[in-house]
Design a protein. Sequence first.
Length: 142
Amino acid sequence: MIGQDTAIPGSTRVDLTRERGAIDALIEDILAAARTQGFEDGALFAIRLAIEEAITNAFEHGHGGRNDRTVRVEHRVSPRAVDVAVEDQGPGFDPDKLPDPTVEENLSKPSGRGVMLMRAYMTEVRFNKSGNRVRLTYRRPE
């Protein structure tokens, strides 16, 4: 889904360089906050996977592998939901035009599954109009 409203009110913002330690530390901070709010292991796995995919895609595809650009991550954890937005400095893309990674001709390709995984594991995945920002939401089941 492409949407204009991808901002996260009351969120914490972090600009990341392509430094694995800083990326891992941020993800661990988000997961620790979710754990404190009572999110279970299955939810934490889903959230971790989606955040890692979004950040990897931002650096690899959004920035074309360039190491001189940062990725902005916004996050907010509440008792009901974990919201994370990842924004790169690239031109963006149309997520609805991604090739289906489950069709036979794409099965052996080494990439192309990140957005599919985000959509599978998160409650909601929204891209801004230009496609350089994704908002991931995991809502605790009622």
